[in-house]
Design a protein around this ligand. Structure first.
Ligand SMILES: [Zn+2]
Length: 642
């Protein structure tokens, strides 16, 4: 075995490195670690190590090596990215490169390296490229373990999930040369897609997110042949069209509104404002991984440290974190790099900060909408949990039915169902049978139970929804309604006397649904744009927004800080709607108020300009605290021309 050092490899020109004989080498890295690399690894390393040519004094350490990156796995589409990332980070850390402008030449080189990998390596290895054909699919379906996995499928979510797990283990342990298996192991085939081909298609959902009760038990290789399978699968395409047509529109429009709202936060300044205003934040594992790059006060040493994301010793502790909300720079349109965090090193200093942060956030939001149709297979049975008044009146069973509790006395009690939510109920009551799709009658979130036994009747409004899942009425309740004298109150709501209702029958059902992604997106917008009670404090607002978003996907808190900061105002009681920097009352305001009072540019770019000008001109054009605008003279000449 030949001995060779990492620096010697770097000294060999790229074209010569291909001449290395096919064997193993003992490579000594600059951190004195020796690793066994084959000539293939060395060639790949040499391409990525071009980065070290720009900073030749940087030691080439063993973690900047493709065998460490692969860690026993197969080469796949991410390998070169992870490898370049490892080298890039090491070079930046060793040479103390922080500012984006200093990183830019390295980034340009990364781009060139990826190009040369495509142009040179991909060309040279073309003799080793294989294709996949139908026989690979047919053969893998005949595999004993795969056949056994299919035999065990039952029509419930747990069984489908179990089958997917069996497929995974079977494919990963499969030693055959089947090219489907090879592609699966190297992650050239996405795991979910492989599941849907080899395994069952699983549970699919309707346009209204309801999960069809029967799963599709065959996959795309065997084919969908029954009428039921084809009909329910057709909903997937309909959902996808629907998402592209309406949901993407919604989220992209939200994106534009938020960009306009956040733009006054203009740039990041490479300095430390020295603020001593910290945000206390309780660290959990889920929170920690969304804080990377943030600075916090290490109270033992009284110094600022930045979070890398793997500080397990901070978990279950409260830390004092620097935030954009606490920045003390004089110019409110600027944020210092220490308050914002290390995320500021990843973009040009002259980028508009507010715009950029919205773009980061909304890119992920839109992506999560686009991928909804792929997520359907992951439908899992979940037991619903009632809280508050709902828990006082009802209990649930495994099928998510709601029953009146045994101890509730129904004598003299009335159930009031909102007319607006059960639009089709009257039509249904005229039918002779009750064999209908109950979910089409309407969905309920709030109901009222009125107790008429008291002198002054007591009404309690009960929320029977579970997360974003609403309830429907059951067949037994429908039959009961038909058997009693249905009344309606002054608002047209249905009033049902409960005296004779059999408590053994379910009242409501909460059907299994996939997560409502568009409701999630709308809530993101609402949390930022609307100033609901309790959220006028910027820190409360940031916390609510952060917890809502990281429930669905990863998002660095720095991004959200900027968005929340953009909605703070200096002193809204005194009509000062400038950004709330260095204010004693930096309360958040709603989008409408901010657009009207902060900047004429924002007001005139946003929708319904005519209405704003006609009805709010006196407020909008005369604000003493707003920056002046050329249009002012047209609307309030008395203020401008003296
Ligand atoms: Zn600062």
């Amino acid at each position: 075995m030949n001995n060779i050092t990492a620096k010697q490899i770097l000294g060999t020109p790229r074209s010569d490195i291909w001449n290395l004989p096919l064997k193993e080498y003992c490579v000594t890295y600059d951190d004195s670690i020796c690793l066994i690399n084959t000539n293939k690894h060395i060639i790949f390393n040499r391409y990525c190590w071009d980065l070290f040519e720009m900073y030749p004094m940087t030691p080439i350490i063993s973690s900047c090596n493709v065998t460490t990156i692969l860690n026993g796995g197969s080469y796949n589409a991410d390998t070169h990215i992870k490898m370049l990332e490892a080298c890039f980070k090491h070079i930046c850390e060793y040479n103390n490169i922080n500012a984006y402008s200093d990183k830019e030449p390295l980034l340009r080189l990364v781009y060139r390296i990826i190009n040369s990998i495509y142009n040179e390596i991909v060309n040279r290895v073309s003799n080793y490229v294989t294709t996949i054909d139908a026989t690979d699919f047919v053969n893998i379906m005949k595999d004993e373990e795969i056949v056994a996995a299919h035999g065990s499928i039952r029509t419930n979510p747990e069984s489908i999930d179990r089958c997917y797990r069996l497929l995974k283990t079977s494919l990963m342990n499969n030693k055959s040369s089947n090219r489907f298996v090879q592609a699966y192991k190297s992650k050239a085939i996405n795991e979910n897609q492989a599941n849907q081909c080899l395994g069952p298609r699983g549970f699919v959902t309707d346009l209204d997110r309801t999960v069809f009760k029967q799963p599709i038990t065959t996959g795309f290789i065997k084919g969908l042949t029954s009428l039921y399978d084809l009909m329910v699968e057709s909903r997937t395409a309909a959902k996808s069209l629907n998402a592209n047509d309406t949901h993407i529109k919604t989220s992209e429009y939200i994106s534009r509104r938020l960009q306009l709202l956040a733009m006054p936060v203009e740039r990041v300044i490479n300095t430390d404002c020295g603020s001593t205003e910290y945000m206390d934040i309780f660290i959990t594992k889920a929170i920690l991984e969304n804080l990377s790059g943030k600075y916090y006060l290490d109270e033992e040493t009284n110094t600022l440290k930045h979070i890398k994301g793997d500080e397990s010793h901070l978990i279950d502790k409260i830390i004092k974190m620097r935030t954009t909300l606490g920045c003390r720079l004089h110019n409110p349109h600027e944020v210092c790099t220490t308050c914002l965090g290390k995320v500021s090193e990843n973009f040009r200093e002259n980028s508009n900060l507010g715009y950029l942060m919205v773009a980061y956030l909304m890119e992920k939001v839109t992506q999560s909408i686009l991928s909804t149709k792929h997520l359907t297979h992951s439908v899992k049975k979940s037991i619903i949990k009632l809280v508050g008044l709902a828990d006082k009146y009802f209990y649930t069973d495994d099928d998510s039915n709601l029953y009146f509790r045994e101890e509730i006395d129904l004598k003299g009690k009335y159930l009031i169902l909102p007319n607006a939510k059960l639009g089709k109920l009257v039509d249904v009551l005229n039918l002779n049978h009750t064999n209908i799709a109950l979910n089409k009658i309407g969905e309920l979130e709030d109901i009222i139970i009125r107790d008429m036994k008291h002198k002054t009747p007591v009404s309690e409004s009960i929320n029977i929804a579970y997360n974003d899942r609403l309830c429907i009425i059951t067949k037994s309740l429908l039959e009961y309604i038909k058997s009693v004298k249905l009344e309606s109150d002054a608002r047209g709501n249905f009033v049902i006397p409960l005296d004779n209702f059999n408590k053994k029958n379910p009242v409501f059902n909460n059907p299994l649904k996939e997560a409502n992604i568009i409701a999630f997106v709308n809530k993101v917008a609402r949390l930022i744009e609307v100033n609901k009670d309790n959220t006028d404090n910027p820190y409360d607002k940031l916390n609510a927004l952060f917890m809502h978003i990281i429930d669905k996907f990863k998002c660095n808190i720095s991004i959200l800080e900027v968005l929340v900061y953009a909605t703070t105002t200096f002193n809204s009681d005194r009509q000062n709607y400038k950004l709330g920097r260095n204010s004693l009352t930096p309360y958040c305001e709603s989008k409408g108020v901010i657009f009207r009072h902060r900047s004429m540019g924002q007001l005139l770019v946003f929708e319904e300009q005519a209405k704003e000008i006609v009805s709010n001109a006196s407020v909008a054009f005369s604000s003493i605290n707003r920056q002046s605008h050329p249009m002012d003279v047209l609307f309030v000449p008395n203020h401008i021309v003296k």
